[in-house]
Design a protein around this ligand. Sequence first.
Ligand SMILES: Cc1cc2nc3c(=O)[nH]c(=O)nc-3n(C[C@H](O)[C@H](O)[C@H](O)COP(=O)(O)OP(=O)(O)OC[C@H]3O[C@@H](n4cnc5c(N)ncnc54)[C@H](O)[C@@H]3O)c2cc1C
Length: 435
Amino acid sequence: MHTPRRNFLIAAAVGALGLGVRSAPAIAKARPRVVIVGGGYGGAACARHLKLWDPRVEVTLIEPSPHFVSCPMSNTVIGGLNQVEDITFPYRYIREAVDRFVRDSVTRIDAGKRNVTTASGHSFPYDRLVLAAGVELQFDQVRGYDAEARKTIKHAWKAGPETVALRRQLEAMKDGGVFAISIPMAPFRCPPAPYERVSLIANYFKKAKPRSKILILDGNQDIISKKALFTTAWEKHYGFGGDDSMIDYRPGNLASAIDAKAMKLSTEFEDVKADVVNLIPPMRAAAVTALVGARTGDNGTWCPVDHTTHESSEAPHIHILGDSILSNLSKAGALANNSGKLCASALVEIFNGRRPDPAPVVTSTCYSASTDHTAFHVATVFRYNPADKSMEVQPGSGVSDRESELEFEMMRGWARNIWADTLGLPENYRFTNRV
Ligand SMILES: Cc1cc2nc3c(=O)[nH]c(=O)nc-3n(C[C@H](O)[C@H](O)[C@H](O)COP(=O)(O)OP(=O)(O)OC[C@H]3O[C@@H](n4cnc5c(N)ncnc54)[C@H](O)[C@@H]3O)c2cc1C
């Protein structure tokens, strides 16, 4: 137990370390309370490691979904290599690791009183709040992409029923049909993932519906991730660039409207008709971040944070993780997992009256499959540079030289590793993913 004198000393030490008065009330508590909103890659990793590294911290994790369904590897389900069950995991182990696991959505935050309220009306007080709620899809940015249209037109950019529905549409499509995918302008969740999706659908078509075509309408002026690796693989496997290419790539072609009944997708330049349309809408930081006015960066779309603690630049005592942040880090599960740990570590330091690491490092590895047996990756190490307050790419980061079967095997290992690390799966957990 902390005595009042010890509390005073810790508060004084924190002041001397330049952490400011913000930190003092939280560390003065015997059992600091942390509420984490969102049990995805960032939130679950943060919750688990916070509890591991300082068991006295009282951790409440709030998440509405009954299971964790992974976006990483969801393209393998769309490509027919895995089933959705293979990328679905129980929250059982993380529930056992934290003090309170609440299956609900946060709908209100009183930042003054430091209290969150859920849709079912329950309230949870906090000393520090962590918002790790991913992205909000902006359907209203594409005319006609309303609730009715969404019954037919899938985004499959949050894994689960959408993933399965898109796979079923592809299975039902006739040989010789057209699949169109619309990519929003960056930044969006997982820049390589649309191009990986194209690769795995092309792989499926090549085997099952070889007369079919894939039309890529990219809002960006060029392929924005692993370009040379993707185009080389597409040339080799799917005839890209030739007269009979399965893939037709049209850059600078942002979707502006969808007519779901006519299966017609419109851009500034053209109207295209397709048998299956995968329309990925623009995105911004999760809606819950707007409840505390944290979504102020990049024209009100992403949340600026202090990269050493992930504390919001706008909302004291509120930390923001994963895809929601304004940053040069790509929006990846690996980075959400890493920043969840970084934030957990910073909170432990703050609660114990120590200074968080002033130049933290985070890493990311992201594999993309190019066929059902080859893959490549990009690996990046970032270190915080206090001079310009940004995460700087470190030497040695980079992409694979070429696709390989070895990397395909490594991709499966990567996925199992990050699922176990994020969710605390036990050593004897029986993974079922073939890929
Ligand atoms: C097709 C695809 C493939 C991808 N492949 C890769 C890959 O190979 N490698 C990689 O590193 N990344 C990949 N990603 C990116 C990765 O999925 C995201 O970067 C990652 O999920 C971000 O983690 P997060 O914690 O920010 O958000 P999420 O993982 O989305 O978690 C957010 C959680 O918050 C919950 N939530 C939302 N609002 C509330 C609320 N109000 N109250 C309570 N809970 C709430 C949600 O239910 C959700 O569980 C891929 C993404 C896609 C779409």
